[in-house]
Design a protein. Structure first.
Lengths: 301, 378
């Protein structure tokens, strides 16, 4: 009988497992589930774990991925407020936040159906929002005039509102512009404009280079001449200092102006007759006066 | 399991809903004594096969439990989902490198998450169309007249220029639970954030800033924006680095490089002017110093010579006062001697006998400008 007990236990375990398979289902982390009784939603399960249900055909379980899903719409043209044809594509992170609503509202409760619905919402939201803004609010170096973030927020809000009003069981986690562009023929015009802008820039750079170089050079010349003028001025001042200092010695000469005068003249003679001079003298000039007073030989001796 | 269905007790539970062929209801044990040799052999065979089945079951149980072992590699973490719910709260749910055990499916499910390795994402907007083969070989098709919005990517700059730019983002996963359980494809979400960062940053930078003047600023703007976005979107990643490459449209490569050339020419002209300035200024400094030094020397010499003069005067004064006439004659004679030694041409012109003045005529040539040494020229 011991062996019978063992087999009974094994059998019981197997029954339990089988029953669990029939009556219990799991909701995985990242999933939400809707339980229907004869096709009517009765429970909305958002927490992961194991749950009880009646087996088919009484109750059915529909599980949905509640993670954030990526979706982006087609790169499509929209007119801006200033009549520019702007190509835009936006990306959306969306998720199912109410599985039973999603189950009821979305055809086939399928993700592609939800996304095609999102796409049409995005299209109308985009054309409404972009139509209110000029191109200068999409691209602008001035942060006050740039409305890039605001435009994204407006589109998001518009889609969010529509989702909320219709209660699709979907919410948008984030929305952003993924791509901006211009139609092909406009791109060509932009290229032409860019080319002429570059050419303007080239000639501006060339002229500016010449002008700046001239300014630098003339500045240098001015500075140099100023330095020399200053040096000349200070040289004059230095010399004046010397004269002032020398003047202090003048009283010495005052003791005998005659001698001073005489010495000056002697020095002047020395300086004047220094070199490269021609001197014509007669016998009255000393020391040649010696010749005049030479005693003559007595005639006849 | 099918072999033992004839056995009186075992098959009852095993085959509750199994095969309809086990028609025997549970019956009292059959008298063993009455079995003949044939059925005895059958019973032997059944018994031994039952042993095999038991061993097989034991092995299966062991294998079943053993299949719960798994390893977590160095570049990953793992989470055990028990009935779909992570075991452990928050970061504690993460299993680190090593050997682990979980209940086999369907009780537990092991999710491996790459974590330590740096993830790399490249932007998908903003660059012209190339095929993967062209990327590998480095050869590109010549550009067309315009850009096809369906194929070629580009960004619009703040001054409405069109340029190509692409970014490569390096990030790692901080919160693996969010990364895996809150996003169907978090990598694509990061990529879209990067794309958005690229075009929204380009929208507020001028073309020359992106391409030349402020490349670092543009890169920082992209990095900042993508960091903000991934934080706002709660992706559970942290951004390590971002590389941005920007080029003008290939259609305008010539005119853009001409601007670069012009810019370089301008820089060179300015540098030349600057170096000339330096030369001029240092020459002027030298000249100015020369002028003031000369003046200082002059001053010193003047003062010194006058002092010397004064001293001489003081020295001579007593002599002069003693013998004024003799002193004067002596000094004049001295001066004449010195003068006559130095003077080149000396002419002595005695008085005429009759005492009348003599007439002489001098032809004076203007002297050629002579070097300082003073060449002896008549």
């Amino acid at each position: 009988m011991k062996r019978n007990v063992l087999t009974l236990i094994i059998g019981a375990v197997l029954v339990v497992i089988f029953a669990l398979l029939l009556f219990v289902f799991q909701v995985r982390q990242s999933e939400v589930a809707v339980v229907t009784t004869f096709g009517r939603p009765v429970a909305n399960l958002t927490e992961p774990g194991a749950y009880f249900k009646w087996p088919w055909p009484v109750q059915n379980v529909y599980k949905f991925d509640q993670r954030v899903q990526n979706f982006e719409d087609k790169f499509s043209p929209t007119l801006t407020a200033d009549q520019n044809n702007l190509l835009t594509s936006v990306y959306v992170g969306w998720k199912i936040n109410d599985a039973s609503a999603f189950f009821r509202k979305i055809p086939g409760a399928s993700v592609p159906a939800a996304q095609s619905m999102l796409e049409s919402m995005l299209r109308s939201a985009k054309s409404a929002v972009i139509g209110k803004h000029p191109l200068s609010e999409f691209v602008n170096a001035n942060p006050q005039e740039l409305k890039f973030g605001e435009i994204e927020n407006e589109i998001e809000l518009s889609v969010q509102n529509e989702l909320h009003t219709n209660n699709y069981g979907i919410e948008i986690e984030f929305l952003g512009i993924k791509k901006l562009g211009l139609p092909e023929n406009v791109v060509k015009n932009v290229f032409d404009r860019m080319t002429s802008e570059r050419q303007v820039l080239i000639s501006k750079l060339q002229n500016d280079g010449v002008a700046q170089a001239a300014i630098i050079k003339s500045g240098a010349d001015r500075q140099a001449s100023e330095m020399i003028n200053n040096a000349v001025a200070s040289a004059t001042r230095i010399r004046a200092e010397g004269e002032a200092e020398a003047a202090q010695t003048l009283p010495v000469f005052e003791q005998n102006p005659q001698l001073a005068n005489f010495l000056l003249r002697v020095d002047a003679i020395k300086a004047a007759l220094n070199q490269r001079a021609t001197l014509i003298l007669d016998e009255r000039t000393p020391p040649f006066d010696l010749f005049r007073n030479l005693p003559a030989n007595p005639p006849g001796q | 399991m099918k072999h033992d269905h004839d056995h009186p007790h075992d098959h009852d539970h095993d085959h509750d809903h199994g095969h309809g062929e086990s028609g025997h209801p549970p019956a009292p044990p059959e008298p063993v004594a009455t079995v003949d040799a044939g059925s005895q052999a059958l019973e032997e065979a059944l018994r031994s096969s039952f042993v095999i089945v038991k061993v097989a079951m034991a092995v299966m149980v062991v294998v079943f439990l053993g299949s719960g072992f798994f390893t977590v590699g160095p570049q990953e973490k793992a989470v055990i989902l028990r009935f779909g719910k992570p075991v452990g709260e928050g970061q504690k749910a993460l299993l680190t490198t090593g050997l682990h055990w979980s209940f086999p499916y369907p009780i537990d499910e092991v999710v491996h998450i790459p974590i330590t390795e740096v993830q790399k994402i490249t932007s998908t907007v903003g660059w012209y169309f190339t095929t993967p083969e062209q990327d590998l070989s480095g050869e590109e098709l010549p550009p067309g007249q315009s850009l096809d919005p369906a194929r070629d990517g580009y960004v619009l700059t703040a001054d409405r220029n069109i340029i190509h730019t692409r970014a490569t983002l390096y990030y790692h996963i901080d919160d693996p639970l969010r990364y895996v359980f809150d996003f169907t494809n978090a990598a694509v979400t990061v990529q879209n954030a990067l794309n958005n960062a690229l075009i929204s940053s380009a929208a507020r930078f001028n073309v020359d800033d992106i391409l030349l003047r402020d490349q670092a600023g543009f890169k920082d703007a992209v990095l900042l924006r993508v960091t903000e976005l991934t934080e706002a979107e709660k992706l559970g990643v942290s951004i390590d680095n971002c590389e941005v490459q920007s080029v003008p449209p290939r259609q305008l490569a010539g005119v853009f490089s001409a601007v670069t050339t012009a810019r370089e020419t301008r820089t060179k002209a300015l540098q030349d002017a600057q170096s000339q300035t330096n030369q001029v200024l240092s020459a002027a400094v030298a000249q100015a110093v020369g002028i003031t030094n000369l003046a200082a020397t002059d001053r010193d010499n003047y003062v010194k010579s006058l002092k010397a003069e004064a001293k001489r005067f003081t020295d001579l004064l007593p002599q002069y006062q003693k013998y004024p006439a003799l002193f004067a004659q002596q000094k004049v004679a001295e001066a004449m001697t010195e003068a006559l030694t130095n003077v080149e041409d000396k002419m002595f012109l005695p008085e005429r006998e009759d005492g009348k003045p003599r007439e002489i005529r001098l032809m004076v040539n203007r002297e050629p400008p002579a070097p300082k040494t003073g060449a002896a020229t008549p």
